[in-house]
Design a protein around this ligand. Structure first.
Ligand code: NAP
Length: 489
């Protein structure tokens, strides 16, 4: 590890942040954070118990009335200062993400830009929450519709986008006047801890944001979710965990936002611009080493161009540099852990056994760290597990199709519905695909769709609710309708 890396790691707080104080876990336990490129422990942080979780919720509950009553403009200015501080520290935050999660540094910088935009966007949205006033249709009264912060929130984030998943929840919650407890993933707590220190510098009042890091997420989270003082749960992670949390949330009829798994189809028609389609494929598949909920999982390619598309992506994939994310020019860092490597190995093995042709990669890489080769498979047979499970790794699986109806049928043949990608130069066909594909988001001749100003979220088992856009702040607001008499009556 370089001096720059160890100096930076030493600046990351290692405690829980509760009621404006950094403190150790009550039982004094810590958990180890590892660099997946080397397997080395890079930092120990506090390992919260259920008692710490309860204290964090107490703090969020205590801080809620004052924060909800804080003028929207002041809340906005806090978020804007945090945005500015993040820009000033972007190199530190990017390096920290690479160290704890493995993504290439250039992509980590991209995540700082994307994650920061939620702070700027919701600082702008905070002062634009409006109600309405008008006569009822009978003319006998006046109807007032107003918006109110929903209350203390619990935010649970995954390891794959350590900064952006935190800002995408914290920013709209604070803009709306809510206080929060946030629990990052055990594998990547450092970015959230560092970011909350920035919020503190920006002037965050005590108790408005509380952070708990833990190796026992289920035991710590469940009592928080079941506590009647909690009013909102926002979760990003896998569909099985999301379903479990929805059951826990049902007891108190909690407001919930669920950003869950995906199985994105990437459809290339024979009228597509293949250069654009190949560029889009590389971004949609290999960004974040394939570990994105928006990662293209199934490449459905019109038969007349399937071979040429496969040839071109294979050439590009063979040129990808593999290594530690801090090295120059690296495009493929390590997968997050051995489980992820084993999953890629199993899915590729199953596809090949069922007749898929291996055009590039196909193996785990021996040695330190948890690396898997960027891989291309063509002619993947129906029934292969890789077409139904989220790969979450750098494996590009191609399935040929014969006509538009078949493309639609294959694309929609999944319980997930987060995002789809379509490449065609035929406008009417593009419009038909917008209407026919069952996903909450679509990239039409684009391989990346995420944007703070857009409503991010899925259909079907990919989730409930939206993050970002005009919709994002409404996830943290509740509506009140008031009837008053006709003032002239
Ligand atoms: P995960 O295992 O579901 O974990 C997500 C978060 O939930 C982590 O903080 C995890 O903490 C926590 N968690 C796990 N079990 C829990 C429980 N019983 N109670 C409370 N919290 C619990 O998912 P992951 O493997 O980290 O992330 C990958 C998944 O996230 C993929 O399916 C991906 O598609 C999805 N994702 C979706 C979006 C979206 O916007 N739709 C964005 C990014 C990722 P610990 O890890 O510490 O246990």
């Amino acid at each position: 590890m370089s001096n720059r890396e160890s100096d930076l790691l030493a600046t990351v707080p290692d405690g829980l942040f509760i009621g404006g104080q950094w403190r150790p876990a009550t039982e004094g336990k810590t958990l180890a954070v590892r660099d997946p490129a080397t397997g080395d422990v890079v930092r120990q942080v506090a390992d919260a118990s259920p008692a710490d979780g309860a204290a964090a919720l107490d703090a969020a509950v205590a801080a809620f009335p004052a924060w909800a009553a804080t003028p929207a403009r002041e809340r906005a200015e806090l978020l804007r200062r945090a945005f500015d501080l993040l820009q000033a520290r972007k190199e530190d935050v990017a390096l920290l993400m690479t160290l704890e999660m493995g993504k290439p540094l250039t992509e980590a910088r991209g995540e700082v830009a994307y994650g920061g935009e939620f702070l700027r966007w919701f600082s702008e949205e905070a002062a634009h929450v409006q109600g309405r006033y008008g006569a009822n249709p009978e003319g006998t009264g006046r109807m007032i519709v107003s918006q109110h912060p929903v209350g203390p929130c619990f935010l649970i984030t995954p390891w794959n986008f350590p900064l952006a998943m935190a800002t995408r929840k914290i920013a709209p919650a604070l803009a709306a006047g809510c206080t929060v407890v946030i629990k990052p993933a055990e594998l990547t707590p450092l970015t959230t801890l560092y970011f909350v220190r920035l919020l503190e510098e920006a002037g965050l009042p005590a108790g408005v944001v509380n952070v708990i890091t833990t190796s026992t997420s289920g035991a710590v989270s469940e009592p928080i979710i079941r506590d009647p003082r909690l009013r909102k749960l926002s979760f990003t992670g896998s569909t099985p965990v999301g379903k479990k949390l929805l059951e826990q949330a049902a007891g108190n009829v909690l407001r919930t936002s669920m950003e869950l798994g995906g199985n994105a189809p990437f459809v290339v028609f024979d009228d597509a611009d293949l250069d654009k389609a190949v560029d889009g494929a590389m971004a949609a598949k290999f960004r974040n080493i394939g570990q994105a909920c928006t990662a293209a999982n199934r490449f459905l390619v019109h038969r007349p161009v399937a071979e040429e598309f496969a040839r071109r992506v294979t050439e590009r994939v063979r040129a990808l540099k593999i290594g530690r994310g801090t090295e120059d020019g690296v495009a493929i860092g390590p997968l997050i852990d051995q489980r992820a490597v084993d999953k890629a190995t199993t899915l590729v093995g199953d596809a090949v056994e069922r007749g898929a042709v291996l055009l590039a990669g196909g193996s785990a890489i021996e040695g330190e760290g948890t690396f898997y080769e960027p891989t291309v498979l063509s002619d993947v047979a129906a029934g292969s597990s890789i077409l139904h499970e989220e790969i979450f790794g750098p494996v590009l699986a191609i399935v040929p199709f014969d006509d538009e109806d078949e493309a639609v049928r294959l694309a929609n043949d999944t319980e997930f519905g987060l995002v789809s990608y379509v490449f065609t130069e035929n406008l009417a066909r593009g419009q038909r695909m917008i209407e026919r594909l069952e996903t909450g988001m679509m990239g039409l001749n684009m391989g990346v769709v995420s944007n703070a100003a857009a409503p991010f979220g899925g259909w079907k088992l990919s989730g409930l609710g939206r993050e970002g856009g005009d919709e994002g702040i409404h996830e943290y607001l509740q509506t009140k309708y008031t009837l008053t008499p006709d003032p002239f009556g």
